[in-house]
Design a protein around this ligand. Sequence first.
Ligand code: CAA
Length: 283
Amino acid sequence: MEIKKISVIGGGTMGNGIAHVFALKNFKVNLVEISSELADKSLLNISKNLDRQVKKESISEKDKQEALSNINKIIGVDKTPPDSDLVIEAIYENKEAKLNIFNIINDIVKKDSIFASNTSSISITELSSASRPERFIGMHFMNPVPVMQLVEIIRGFSTSDDTYKAIRELSIKLDKVPVEVFDYPGFISNRILMPMINEAIFALMEGVASATDIDTVMKLGMNHPMGPLTLADFIGLDVCLAIMEVLYNGFNDSKYRPCPLLKKMVAAKKLGRKTGEGFFKYS
Ligand code: CAA
């Protein structure tokens, strides 16, 4: 089956990035949000991010306009178009909320379409149980989606080879680099990234070095584009904590215990860039 029509559920940071890259490659994209205001906000972000690319001359103004015209606003998950070939869920990291969405769309969307979740750590096998396990897969994009080349493709316990192949080919059409990963907590990206970030937070909590110096070590010593604490602020400290908890509970191993300072900052709602303060302050 050729995948042409995509529905993206959730227009937040990840959802709008995903809609952006598909629309720019001339796919028809339904951007599904819960209100018209949120859908408009999402489209505005897409337009601003396309502008960055126009400014850098990596795309033309015409490409931008065509991409925007490929995106159709849909309000309400129950209005997800039944003829979608692929539905990608990109809402916040909550298993029950995601299962609820897949339950709703399973009754609406044609049976031969593929369902994907952009979850950063929730089990694909568990998420697939609510709908169509063989045609269910993880499609984990990285933030910022228009810039980052990787797509982690996660095969749930029952994901069929045809589903995997279709999503792999589709990722290549987006000019992304797909990597095949099996369904274990944190997949590969967050199993490795999050313990590093968590360890940086332990080092800060123990007073080993300042936040700036910890980041400088990893930027200048290891050539990371962002230090781990800046990256944690960029991802969102609530998201980092949720992923550490998935690792901790999923492996039942104390090496994944979330740092108490991370927990305290989430409790204090210092969530990083999105709240204006995390390990650093943002204006
Ligand atoms: N849309 C389109 N273009 C964007 C963009 C966006 N949202 N954000 C940045 N860009 C573009 C810029 O226009 C710029 O383009 P050129 O290279 O053509 O000049 C380029 O990206 C670099 O941006 P900046 O010059 O503004 O800033 P920078 O050089 O500091 O790079 C960064 C910013 C790309 C975010 C870089 O710091 C970086 O790679 N950081 C690490 C990001 C990372 O690790 N992401 C993964 C997070 S983990 C995750 O997503 C998964 C999870 O499950 C938690």
